[in-house]
Design a protein around this ligand. Structure first.
Ligand code: DGL
Length: 265
């Protein structure tokens, strides 16, 4: 039986899920949160569904050993490949990443929506179903952001290399009159300064992370396992491989001291 004092587990293939972690701790300041970066196996985007399921299972086992009360799959690609399987096979609640097609479809004035995500996310059931449900009658420009995850992992989110790739992916969307661009990968919010520079005021960028944090809050409340006490929430960060950018990214989003623990699996 989960206790309200147990931690929330958040994972991603690497540092991307920290963009979700940041939103979670903002609206759930009493919660202890354990973050796991599967840096050794990053990126997930080019892996098969079965590979991503196996990797996600490893991490879920790790979280269960730490008594996590809820797990946030802070990775669109892992959500697409594995969340159905995880929900069917583990006795714990999961929150996944929603491809934010709905808010984009509701806000567009040009009826043209752009989605930047990994190949794995575009291949998933969630993306297919959400698009069918919400984007009927809209034109969707989907673009795999190849290379972007690696750039963020290497700490080069503001490099000329990042800018060149983003221009290649985003300018064709703007040329097609896209006025909403969905960030369908949790690594991409770290590229926002460059994305905004390229877009200017020609389109709105949609990051689903705040909505995912809100869903985490609601699910904890619904299960009656919200931590109501603000005594000593702790944050732990694990990575199982080299994560050159993790320290710098964390330093930019956390005000307390932190340590990145090397995970052995
Ligand atoms: N942050 C992951 C996502 O949201 C990155 C995927 C990858 O590792 O390729 O999809």
């Amino acid at each position: 039986m989960a206790s309200s004092f147990d931690p929330v587990g958040v994972f991603d293939s690497g540092v991307g899920g920290l963009s979700v972690w940041k939103e979670i701790v903002k609206i759930l300041p009493n919660e202890s949160v354990i973050y796991y970066a599967d840096s050794k196996n990053c990126p997930y985007g080019s892996k098969t569904k079965d590979e991503v399921i196996a990797l996600s299972e490893n991490i879920v086992d790790f979280f269960l050993h730490q008594n996590c009360k809820l797990i946030v799959v802070a990775c669109n690609t892992a959500t697409a490949a594995a969340i159905d399987y995880l929900r069917d096979n583990y006795p714990i609640h999961f929150v996944g990443m929603e491809p934010a097609v709905k808010p984009a479809a509701l806000s567009t004035k040009t009826d043209n929506i752009g989605i930047l995500a990994t190949q794995g996310t575009f291949q998933g059931r969630l993306f297919r179903e959400t698009s069918r449900k919400w984007a009927d009658g809209k034109k969707m420009m989907i673009q795999a952001g190849e290379g972007l995850v690696e750039i963020v992992e290497q700490g080069k989110a503001e490099s000329p290399e990042a800018e060149a790739l983003l221009e290649k992916y985003i300018i064709p969307m703007l040329d097609k009159d896209v006025d909403q661009i969905v960030l369908g990968c949790t690594h991409y919010p770290f590229l926002l300064p460059l994305i905004k520079k390229i877009i200017g005021n020609r389109a709105t960028v949609i990051d689903p992370s705040p909505a995912v944090a809100k869903r985490t809050f609601d699910l904890l409340a619904l299960q009656k396992i919200l931590n109501e006490s603000n005594k000593n929430p702790y944050y732990k960060f694990y990575s199982n491989g080299p994560a050159p950018a993790m320290k710098k990214i964390l330093a930019g989003i956390i005000s307390s001291d932190f340590e990145i623990v090397q995970a052995d699996k």
